[in-house]
Write a protein that binds this ligand. Structure first.
Ligand SMILES: NC(=O)c1ccc[n+]([C@@H]2O[C@H](COP(=O)([O-])OP(=O)(O)OC[C@H]3O[C@@H](n4cnc5c(N)ncnc54)[C@H](OP(=O)(O)O)[C@@H]3O)[C@@H](O)[C@H]2O)c1
Length: 287
């Protein structure tokens, strides 16, 4: 068996086209477009790449994006104040906090003071709680992109065995809730998991986001599995994911490549969430 290779760039293009249509509709209705701010403290080459991709996607779809740049040595109080100002600013309809942050700034603190209706990343405790309760509203972006790809492939969820290699607050935990909401049986693995293979070989759907090149080999998967590789690692040979693509492709039923798989869909899903926060900020006011 040779797996179907999922074209994330094509899915992302479809989403962008749909978002662009909706942006032009809201522009006609309200006379302005979503204005989304990204708070960035210092910068790294990786975060700059991601930010540029998102800005370009915003521009293409008619969303206005701006940056609030603070220096690497800004105090947590200064960053908190910047986020509070954005909460108060009626002209800002959504906020993202760019990772990584310097070690003296707590991501959890910034997310928790952000107004839930402006939380583009869906990580505020209120939005995460809704995801967990099965009342999905603003869903964390990377988990949303995984579900979006599975939906594009018309995946039937009920009763599927799902294994997620990642238990971060941004990826693994909310993603496990999304699968549980869809009546899958979910197993979440991490660095303390003894014998990873024992779990991954059982998966009908395997999502990996460890950031470890070639963590998942042909010995980790069963025939026909849908493999979604969220990992993005820069190596000397170029960008790769967690999956040993060439060998796993021979066994899997469907597989996302890196690059060109989950990554572009994640950027596109951030646009979908921007529209959601815009409607919460503006739509409610005009109702
Ligand atoms: N494609 C996208 O759109 C997208 C979006 C976000 C992130 N990413 C990529 O996804 C990866 C993870 O991102 P993150 O922010 O979630 O990172 P993270 O917080 O470091 O999470 C990595 C997870 O993988 C687990 N892990 C690491 N090594 C492992 C191993 N050898 N065996 C089993 N589990 C292992 C970790 O376990 P512990 O928690 O126990 O350490 C943790 O749960 C990175 O490569 C990142 O670039 C991609």
């Amino acid at each position: 068996m040779v797996a179907k290779v999922i074209d994330g760039r094509w899915i992302a293009k479809e989403i962008r086209e749909d978002v662009a249509k909706q942006v032009s509709k809201v522009k006609k209705e309200y006379g302005f477009v979503p204005n989304i701010a990204t708070v960035r403290v210092g910068s790294t080459p990786e975060s700059d790449i991601y930010l540029n991709l998102r800005d370009k996607a915003c521009e293409e779809t008619g969303i206005f994006s701006c940056h609030v740049d603070l220096p690497e040595n800004a105090s947590e109080e200064e960053v908190v104040d910047a986020v509070k100002n954005l909460n108060e600013d009626d002209d800002v309809h959504g906020v993202l906090i760019q990772l990584p942050l310097p070690s003296h700034i707590s991501h959890d603190t910034l997310i928790s003071i952000l107004h839930p209706k402006k939380d583009v990343e869906g990580l505020h405790p209120v939005n995460l709680g809704k995801t967990l309760l099965g009342e999905e509203d603003i869903v964390p972006i990377t988990p949303l992109s995984v579900i979006t790809i599975l939906d594009y492939e018309k995946t039937k969820y009920e009763g599927k065995d799902v294994v997620i290699v990642n238990h971060s607050n941004i990826v693994g935990k909310p993603l496990s809730a999304l699968f549980l909401n869809r009546n899958c049986s979910v197993c979440v693995c991490h660095v303390y998991t003894k014998d990873l293979k024992k779990y991954t070989r059982n998966a009908d759907i395997l999502v990996t986001a460890a950031g470890v090149p070639r963590l998942i080999t042909k010995n980790h998967v069963k025939k026909g599995v849908f493999v979604l590789d969220v990992g993005i690692v820069k190596t000397k040979e170029g960008v790769c994911g967690d999956v040993d693509f060439s060998s796993v492709k021979e066994i899997a039923g469907k597989i996302t490549p890196v690059p060109g798989g989950v990554g572009p869909v994640t950027v596109a899903c951030s646009l979908k969430n921007m529209l959601k926060t815009f409607m919460k900020c503006v739509g409610e006011k005009h109702r």
